[in-house]
Design a protein around this ligand. Structure first.
Ligand SMILES: Nc1ncnc2c1ncn2[C@@H]1O[C@H](COP(=O)(O)OP(=O)(O)OP(=O)(O)O)[C@@H](O)[C@H]1O
Length: 564
């Protein structure tokens, strides 16, 4: 464990005509580590910071300062980067960016995958969760019940479902003081492209509204967490995560022109940001009580504020005389936050804890084609000096924002090692192909039922589709289902794909799917089907096709999917 201050950066966005007049000398950067702000009354305030990004900074120059955090994450340290600032100051631009000018989140995912590719001594699984805090309630942005939102440009939309229509998630605190969002979805991704597709859909459901200061103003705090789970051939594992948070902007309602509903949101935003400041003050003054629990935002950010994560705060500033007071407030917060010291720790690499007899191989209906290659996989496992024993990881439905706990193994009824991880890593993890020697339990066909009302597959059973894209999907690559299965099996055995129907990323995903529970597979399948339909409705048949292909992977042996 080592003491480390939160790094605090400032980024000034370029001036826009709508900002009104700007006295450029009201804000100056004598060095890239110091910023001077002149108040309305002419007083000069100097703030030393870790780094100042001027109006001409680029997304890539800002990201250079985030990259070292990713190296720490791959060493097992948790990290948090968050953007703070007045509404319209560029937080979402910095954190998310646009397709043509991507921000920290897409760059971090790309950089993580690039780094992971170099790590050939281990199997690494990357997953993510994405929640928003709106009026002090937590919602899962990946939850399909949020609706598909608007998959176009989120900045100009407010078409997502109302907060009241969505499922609120509970925050829980475990015995070690780690805060957990219960029942949050954590999704494994096998490529930056897959992440981008899922992220764009989820981000489009975030609450956004137009105010006088920002046409696409975020009404919620959005917290994206990337989880990294690494497993070595000796069975040892290490987990870590990085939280990338885009806070809602503090608002001066004299300037925003908010209506009653916007005012309610604004008041919740300002209250949570005020609690954030109080927490920082309490940490800096060694107060006996730090009011993390006073709002959900500070509970979730607890690990980044006086906790064990490496922290980076980017304070965004809007140029314009009308923002002078906000600029001084933001810089005062920045300067206080820079004094917060975290006890940064590295999550231990945990050895495989329990040795159990190999479970009896159960017949699988999940991937019938893969059964044929079971013996060859066992042979390859043995030739690699590995026990042909499966160490499946228990699926988790909740994520811990606090420091990661250690894994402790337990053996389930079928003799499968199921480490219970008091941590955040995904519901689905892989142990690598050579170790995969048993098949998962059979899958129940997903049908129209009370629990699963959204996707009716009965038309598929009758051999006809009510949706044209279903037909296109099933005829993928001109293969029958059996041919596709055989091809898939060959890809898995060879750990490569050649013909372009299933790429190596899909092969990895197949390994992951095997370890999912029936419920998880069903849920992912339904989610992909919904996405497919949403793309179809939006006229994007390429994306729709990909979504339906993804859906199929979760139940490749479902006979009801035979259309011909
Ligand atoms: N560095 C930048 N370069 C170019 N344009 C920027 C930059 N920062 C912000 N902008 C533009 O300024 C506008 C407001 O930015 P953004 O929506 O990111 O603000 P915000 O701080 O997230 O606001 P809110 O808190 O209201 O959501 C957007 O149109 C955005 O594209």
């Amino acid at each position: 464990m080592r003491k480390s201050n939160i790094q605090v950066h400032v980024r000034i966005r370029p001036h826009k005509p709508s900002d009104g007049p700007w006295r450029e000398d009201s804000l100056s950067l004598p060095s890239n580590r110091t910023i001077v702000a002149i108040s309305e009354k002419g007083r000069a305030f100097t703030y030393p910071l870790s780094h100042c990004h001027d109006t001409d900074s680029t997304q890539s120059s800002v990201f250079e300062h985030v990259e070292p955090l990713l190296d720490k994450v791959l060493e097992g340290t948790n990290a948090t980067a968050f953007c703070y600032g007045v509404t319209g100051s560029g937080k979402t631009h910095t954190m998310q960016g646009t397709d043509s000018d991507p921000g920290i989140i897409p760059r971090a995912v790309q950089a993580l995958f690039d780094r992971v590719e170099e790590l050939d001594d281990r199997t690494t699984v990357i997953s993510f969760s994405f929640v928003e805090i709106l009026k002090d309630e937590v919602y899962d942005l990946q939850d399909a019940s949020n609706g598909s939102g608007n998959s176009g440009n989120r900045r100009w939309s407010n078409s997502g479902p109302k907060a009241e229509q969505r499922r609120k998630l509970d925050l829980r605190t475990d015995g070690k003081g780690n805060n957990t969002v219960a029942n949050m979805q954590t999704t494994v991704v096998s490529s930056p492209e897959e992440f981008r597709d899922l992220y764009n859909i989820a981000a489009a459901t975030r609450k956004v509204a137009s105010t006088n200061l920002n046409h696409g103003s975020s009404r919620s705090h959005a917290i994206l967490t990337l989880y990294v789970h690494m497993e070595w051939e000796d069975g040892s594992t290490q987990q870590s995560k990085i939280c990338l948070t885009d806070l809602a902007g503090s608002e001066n309602n004299n300037l925003t022109g908010n209506d009653a509903e916007r005012m309610r949101e604004s008041s919740a935003i300002n209250k949570s940001l005020s609690t954030l400041k109080t927490v920082v003050d309490a940490i800096n003054t060694n107060a006996s009580r730090i009011p993390y629990r006073d709002c959900k935002l500070t509970r979730i950010l607890q690990d980044a504020l006086g906790g064990t994560a490496a922290g980076l705060l980017i304070c965004c500033l809007a140029p314009g005389n009308k923002f002078t007071k906000d600029t001084i407030n933001t810089l005062t917060f920045a300067s206080k936050a820079s004094q917060v010291e975290n006890a940064v720790s590295t999550n231990e690499r945990t050895a495989r804890r329990v040795s159990v007899a190999p479970p009896a191989a159960r017949p699988s209906t999940a991937l019938p084609g893969a059964r044929a290659s079971l013996a060859s996989m066992q042979r390859s496992a043995t030739s690699l000096g590995l026990s042909p024993q499966r160490s499946a990881l228990a699926p988790l439905r909740s994520t811990t924002f606090g420091s990661l706990g250690s894994s402790s193994g337990s053996v389930n009824r079928s003799g499968v090692l199921r480490p219970s991880i008091s941590a955040n890593v995904s519901r689905t993890m892989t142990t690598g192909l050579p170790r995969r020697t048993t098949m998962s339990a059979s899958t129940r066909p997903v049908g129209h039922s009370k629990e699963n009302p959204d996707y009716d597959m009965s038309h598929v059973a009758k051999g006809k589709s009510t949706h044209p894209i279903d037909d296109a999907f099933t005829k993928a690559g001109g293969m029958t289902l059996d041919e596709a299965r055989a091809f898939y099996d060959r890809c898995r055995a060879a750990e490569t794909a050649t013909d372009g129907l299933l790429d190596p990323a899909d092969t990895t995903k197949g390994t992951l799917i095997e370890y999912m529970t029936e419920e998880e597979r069903g849920s992912r399948l339904r989610s992909w089907v919904r996405k497919g339909r949403s793309y179809t409705d939006g006229g994007d048949l390429d994306q729709a096709y990909k979504s339906f292909k993804n859906a199929w992977m979760y139940q490749p042996d479902n006979d009801k999917l035979r259309l011909q």
